[in-house]
Design a protein around this ligand. Structure first.
Ligand SMILES: Nc1ncnc2c1ncn2[C@@H]1O[C@H](COP(=O)(O)OP(=O)(O)OP(=O)(O)O)[C@@H](O)[C@H]1O
Ligand SMILES: [Mg+2]
Length: 591
């Protein structure tokens, strides 16, 4: 076949495929135009999932009669005029392509009245042909009526999914736009029925409308600025995270984006507080000067490139990490009040969360059988001067987590604070305390060791001995003083002081197991926190250990002083607040 220039219509259809691969993509483009035109009210009517019809009416600035044809012409735009404009672009559109692409693959009627126009004008486009403008009636604004999408591109039409699926994608596009534009009212109908209606409202109210009350309850507000960068929005409480990645909404300068860098920064920020199988949910609005981000990367404009990607990554990471590591504050609750009491509705009970068997297995590993874990051993670090007796009610300042009342089934500490009842998983909480202390000690390069009165000998694999022998000094730096007594045995002379109550043999075996898997160098560098988490688990108080009230109070005070005390190292919650109001509600007690 000889080389030929493609007919214009075909070129348009090919290009359109990039932008309009399904009804929701066309809808997104049209909504962006309405927003760029300053609309405050947008009415969307769909038929048959948008395949039959997409009609969007807005009250934006409108298009003058003489520009109607241009609006449907490829590479004609009112939004930029030069390359310099493109680098500064603050509008959602700038390619001058969307309407032309849609007109190439559907029957389009564009009706608009510009501000100050005497009446509206309408044009029709079909298969690349455009009618002359004819007078029409409507208030200032624009109506775009698209019928029979892909009627002339049957191949693409075949790729469409069911009407219900296409509708779901359209509704998602509307919800996204609505999230980023709370000042705009949106109404969506499908086959004549109202499906969504959002009135203009404050941002937090819109988030509740769109993402639901559960999202609102389970998230913490973020608002941070650094230089020209700002992030605001909501991030999930670690204890409420699920395995799903569906609830990760990110907007950059009002534009919905999918950006690996941002996803990565957030995942990292949660690393210390979330089980690796869970994913953080969030709705974040990032803003920066337009020239700090290139939006002209992909036709659909959902991909972007930051000029200073490292800076953006660090900024987001720190903003969220700081928020999550805030120590327990007065009045703060690990679980939101006003929900059914956590004891009756465990955070992990939601359907799409971590598979149960894993949790059970881990929980079993944590809770040693009765008698194990050193009954009779005194956890001296809890005999701190901070341990206080329970004051008579109404006297003095009650600390955030209150004062211990009792221990329940050897697993939970019950305490009373100003809000009501506090329930603490003592192992999980202590584990976090020990972990954070170990990290701090290692960061300060001062890990005190507890020398064992009698060194403990253990038989180990010859390969493990070979692996550790060149690294004994480094292991000593983290508190483990080992000596090699034969090609297959080592003697433990000291363990980290923070872990002195744990079984030294178990501890050493845990270290050796990680050494065998990752090697000493990697273990002490990139896997350091994982190692410390394992050690903390061994060093933390086991279930069925009887604790005295002063010990329990000391634990509560330590939690208050510990970063990220709301979750154990595996992201499970460590404590719950049950407010008096909830308790009253349970007993139908009017106050
Ligand atoms: N709802 C609307 N209200 C007012 N003007 C509109 C509306 N829709 C389109 N226009 C005008 O038509 C022009 C072409 O729109 P189109 O979506 O094709 O291109 P664009 O928005 O400029 O760029 P992009 O292809 O990136 O979306 C716009 O630049 C704008 O001037
Ligand atoms: Mg556009």
């Amino acid at each position: 076949m000889s080389i030929r220039v493609l007919p214009d219509v075909l070129i348009s259809q090919i290009a359109a495929g990039e932008v309009v691969e399904r009804p929701a993509a066309a809808l997104k483009e049209i909504l962006e135009n309405s927003l760029d035109a300053g609309a405050t009210e947008i009415q969307i009517d769909l038929e048959q999932g948008g395949i039959k019809r997409i009609r969007v009416a807005d009250n934006g600035s409108g298009i003058a009669r003489d520009e109607l044809a241009l609006a449907l012409t490829r590479h004609a735009t009112s939004k930029i005029a030069s390359l310099a404009d493109l680098e500064q672009v603050a509008s959602l559109g700038f390619r001058g392509e969307a309407l032309a692409s849609i007109a190439a693959i559907a029957r389009v009627q564009l009706t608009s009245r510009s501000a100050g126009g005497e009446h509206a004008w309408t044009v029709q486009a079909e298969g690349g042909r455009l009618s002359d403008p004819a007078p029409a009636a409507r208030a200032t604004g624009t109506t775009l009526d698209i019928q029979d999408l892909f009627f002339n591109t049957p191949a693409r039409r075949k790729f469409l999914k069911t009407e219900a699926t296409e509708y779901a994608h359209c509704a998602e596009a509307v919800r996204r736009m609505a999230l980023a534009n709370p000042q705009v009212a949106f109404t969506l109908t499908h086959n004549g029925r109202v499906q969504l209606r959002y009135n203009a409202e404050p941002a937090h109210a819109r988030v509740r409308q769109v993402l639901g009350e559960t999202f609102e309850h389970n998230t913490i507000a973020v608002d941070a600025a650094g230089g020209a960068l700002r992030v605001s929005g909501w991030v999930i409480r670690p204890g409420a995270a699920t395995a799903s990645r569906d609830s990760q909404h990110v907007f950059v300068n009002g534009r919905y984006v999918r950006d690996k860098l941002i996803v990565h920064a957030l995942k990292e920020a949660y690393r210390d507080v979330l089980h690796h199988q869970l994913n953080p949910a969030y709705c974040l609005f990032i803003s920066l000067p337009p020239d700090g981000v290139d939006v002209n990367v992909h036709p659909a404009k959902t991909e972007i490139r930051f000029r200073d990607s490292r800076g953006v990554h660090q900024f987001l990471f720190h903003a969220v990490e700081r928020l999550l590591s805030a120590p327990v504050e007065a009045g703060a609750t690990a679980a939101p009040e006003g929900q059914a009491p956590a004891v009756f509705r465990p955070v992990h009970a939601a359907p799409q969360q971590t598979p149960m068997p894993l949790q059970v297995a881990e929980a079993m590993a944590f809770y040693a059988p009765p008698g194990e874990g050193g009954a009779g051993q005194e956890p001296r670090e809890w005999r701190s001067p901070a341990a206080q007796p329970l004051p008579a009610s109404g006297q003095g300042d009650v600390p955030p987590l209150g004062y211990a009342l009792a221990q329940l089934h050897g697993v939970y500490v019950l305490a009373q604070n100003a809000q009501g009842l506090v329930l603490v998983d003592m192992h999980a909480a202590h584990e976090r305390v020990v972990y954070e202390k170990l990290k701090a000690a290692l960061d300060a390069r001062a890990v005190p060791a507890q020398t064992l009165l009698i060194p403990v000998a253990l038989t180990v694999d010859a390969r493990d001995v070979a692996e550790i022998s060149p690294h004994l000094e480094q292991l000593a730096e983290i508190g483990f003083e080992l000596s090699i007594t034969s090609p297959t045995s080592v003697a433990v002379r000291s363990v980290p002081w923070l872990l002195r109550n744990a079984d030294p043999v178990e501890l050493t075996r845990a270290v050796l197991a990680e050494v065998a898997e990752f090697g000493v160098a990697r273990l002490l560098a990139e896997r350091r926190n994982e190692l410390l988490a394992t050690l903390a688990c061994h060093g933390a108080v086991r279930a069925n250990r009887h604790l005295t009230l002063p010990e329990m109070n000391a634990l509560l005070r330590e939690m208050e002083a510990t970063e990220r005390a709301g979750q154990c190292n595996h992201g499970r919650p460590t404590w719950f607040q049950i407010g008096l109001r909830e308790l009253d509600g349970m007993f139908m007690r009017g106050r």
